[in-house]
Design a protein around this ligand. Structure first.
Ligand code: AMP
Length: 284
């Protein structure tokens, strides 16, 4: 992979990297398509990273679909698919980790200790191996994208981190490789996440800026669905992921809930144009 990356650089191609864990769906493919627009050469990686799964999590049963994944990637005409083995990425004497303090400990980090340490470490390794000018991540995992952007900034990495919109199913459920775990009743129930975020959107349109009121609007919808076990439903600053009391700058409404054994995430981005704190731009 490093040799190939050197060749691409020597040929003055603009190289983009899309890191994934495979089991590719339209969400992943949207990142590839964006990379194809920006770059003259695109590499996707498929690596189910053992370091980001807790001991009681789904590493062993995480969906793997290498054959169909490579077919989907080939159909999009990308230049390279990098599929390393865990033992290549983490040989026995492996001992170096990256930790992005503060932001990694909140929300997802609180429920999944060590998760973001695994994510930051593998992403830094992938960026070191591929040396792309651009690396693409989905806003579906908003906290992950913020952590990686912070790492890239703090460690003076060359790659520009590009965060792309959430791709949803027709009924609003955010696409995720883990959606295949859902039984039909939980699959139906999981649409409550999108509806809870729509409730926040409606409140914002009505002029509500108080974070507690916005949180209450989310929870009121979520609590109507008995199959949803809420982990968190919070309004946070989009950069630090600290809770806010009043929405006046870029913020996220963030949700995590379990349906059966499947934990799902979703979020809504609230942005303000400089000089206009009245009408936020809302991205679902
Ligand atoms: P994963 O394979 O789950 O590690 O995801 C690889 C990349 O795809 C991450 O940057 C995710 O945020 C992104 N991604 C996953 N689902 C979606 C989605 N529904 N819309 C946009 N990006 C997504």
């Amino acid at each position: 992979m490093k040799e190939l990356a050197h060749q691409e650089h020597a040929a003055h191609r603009i190289l983009g990297l899309v890191p994934t864990m495979g089991a590719l769906h339209e969400g992943h493919l949207s990142l590839i398509k964006r990379a194809r627009q920006d770059c003259t050469s695109v590499a996707a990686s498929i690596f189910v990273n053992p370091k980001q799964f807790g001991p009681a999590e789904d590493f062993a049963k995480y969906p793997r679909a290498q054959q169909t994944d490579t077919e989907k990637l080939a159909a999009l005409g990308i230049q390279c698919v990098f599929i390393p083995e865990p033992a290549e990425m983490y040989p026995q004497d492996y001992s170096t980790y990256v930790n992005v303090d503060g932001i990694s400990e909140r929300l997802e980090g609180r429920t999944r200790p060590g998760h973001f340490r695994g994510v930051s470490t593998v992403v830094l390794k992938l960026l070191q191996i591929v040396q792309p000018q651009f690396a693409y991540f989905g806003r579906k995992d908003a906290q992950q994208a913020a952590i990686i952007s912070r790492m890239a900034h703090d460690l003076n990495l060359d790659a520009e981190i590009v965060v792309c919109p959430i791709v949803r199913e027709a009924d609003g459920l955010a696409m995720s490789s883990r959606n295949v775990y859902l039984n039909p009743a939980d699959r139906q129930a999981a649409t409550v996440l999108h509806r809870a975020l729509q409730a926040v959107q409606n409140e914002l349109h009505k002029g509500t800026r108080d974070a507690l009121q916005l949180q209450f609007a989310m929870r009121r919808v979520l609590e109507q669905e008995p199959r949803a076990k809420i982990d968190y439903a919070e309004i946070v600053d989009a950069r630090t992921f600290e809770p806010v009391t009043h929405v006046a700058r870029s913020s996220y409404a963030l949700l995590a809930a379990k349906f059966g054994e499947t934990r799902l995430l979703d979020n809504l981005l609230i942005e303000f144009n400089p000089g206009n704190t009245n009408e936020p731009r809302i991205e679902l």
